[in-house]
Design a binder for this molecule. Structure first.
Ligand SMILES: C[S@@+](CC[C@H](N)C(=O)[O-])C[C@H]1O[C@@H](n2cnc3c(N)ncnc32)[C@H](O)[C@@H]1O
Length: 247
C-alpha cells in the first residue's frame, strides 16, 4: 500500500518550508533540462505535488500532465496562478499503478520521490508504468539522491543533510531493510519548532538501471545534477535518463 503523508498541514506548508532550506532545490536548471528532453512533446510528471517543477515547465511551453497521490497537494497546485485543471490535468492516484490517457515524450519523477515507494516491487511497477506512458523514443527522467552510506561510520545511523537557522534535516538509515527516515525540524520566525518525518526506500542508480531494463527501457545518460556535471564516485545525487526504444 503506497504511503500518503503529504496531507493537511504538510501539504499546506510544503512550498513555504521548501523556501527555508539552506540549499533550495534547483528549479530553472531542472526545467531547462526537462524541456530539452521533451523536445516539443508532452510531459507527464509522476508525483507532481504543488507544481514546483510542472508550473514553470508549462510556462516554458511544455504541455504537462500529472499523477499525484495526495489530493491536498493537488489543491495547493490548483490555488496557484496557471495551476488550473484546464492547463495541468492531474489524476489523483499512485504513480506505480495509475494510468492516464495519451502518450508522452517525457515522463519525469524528481526530488528523490522514487524513494517514497517503500517496496522494491512498487519501484519496479513505477518504472513499468512510466514505460507504458511513453511514446517510442520517449524518455523517463529520474532525479534522486545517492544513498549516503559512505558517511556512516560503524555504529552510526544518522547523516545530516541540512543544518541552518530555520531547518535541521537528517536521515537515519536501516541498512538491512534498505530504508531511511528523513527527519525535519523547521523553526518559525517566532521560534516555534515543528517536526515531520518521511519514510523512504533508498536505492542506488545500478538498481534503478535494472528496474529500467525490466520495464524495457535503456539508459541514455546519467549526470550528477541538472547542470549536467559528470556523475562520479563522489556524486551525492543523479539525474538519469532512460529511453523507450523506437518501435
Ligand atoms: C517531495 S514531494 C515532491 C513534489 C514535486 N514533484 C516537487 O518536486 O516539488 C513528494 C510528492 O510525492 C507524492 N507521492 C508520494 N508517493 C506517491 C505515489 N505513490 N504516487 C503518487 N504520488 C506520490 C507526495 O504526495 C508528494 O506530493
Amino acid at each position: 500500500m503506497p504511503q500518503n503523508v503529504f496531507v493537511g498541514t504538510v501539504a499546506r506548508d510544503y512550498d513555504a518550508l521548501e523556501s527555508t532550506l539552506s540549499r533550495p532545490a534547483p528549479v530553472d536548471s531542472a526545467v531547462a533540462f526537462l524541456a530539452e528532453v521533451a523536445g516539443g512533446g508532452a510531459a507527464l510528471e509522476f508525483a507532481i505535488g504543488t507544481g514546483r517543477i510542472a508550473l514553470p515547465l508549462h510556462a516554458a511551453g511544455v504541455a504537462v500532465h500529472g499523477i499525484e497521490i495526495s489530493a491536498d497537494m493537488v489543491d495547493e497546485l490548483r490555488r496557484k496562478p496557471g495551476g488550473g485543471e484546464g492547463r495541468i490535468p492531474v489524476a489523483v492516484g499512485d504513480m506505480a499503478t495509475t494510468r492516464v490517457a495519451g502518450e508522452f515524450a517525457l515522463v519525469y519523477l524528481v526530488y528523490n520521490t522514487i524513494q517514497n515507494l517503500l517496496e522494491q516491487d512498487e519501484q519496479v511497477a513505477c518504472f513499468r508504468n512510466a514505460a507504458a506512458h511513453l511514446a517510442p523514443g520517449g524518455c523517463f527522467v529520474v532525479e534522486s539522491g545517492v544513498p549516503s552510506v559512505r558517511r556512516l561510520p560503524p555504529g552510526t545511523s544518522a547523516v545530516p543533510f541540512d543544518v541552518s537557522a530555520r531547518h535541521l534535516g537528517f536521515d537515519t538509515y536501516e541498512l538491512a531493510r534498505q530504508r531511511l527516515t528523513s527527519h525535519h525540524y523547521f523553526t518559525d520566525e517566532d521560534g516555534t519548532t515543528t517536526y515531520s518525518a518521511t519514510q523512504h526506500r533508498f536505492v542506488w542508480p545500478a538498481e534503478l538501471d535494472l528496474m529500467a531494463r525490466l520495464a524495457g527501457l535503456e539508459l541514455r545518460e546519467r549526470w550528477s545534477n541538472w547542470e549536467r556535471d559528470p556523475f562520479t564516485d563522489d556524486s551525492e545525487s543523479h539525474v538519469s535518463v532512460w529511453t523507450k526504444p523506437p518501435a
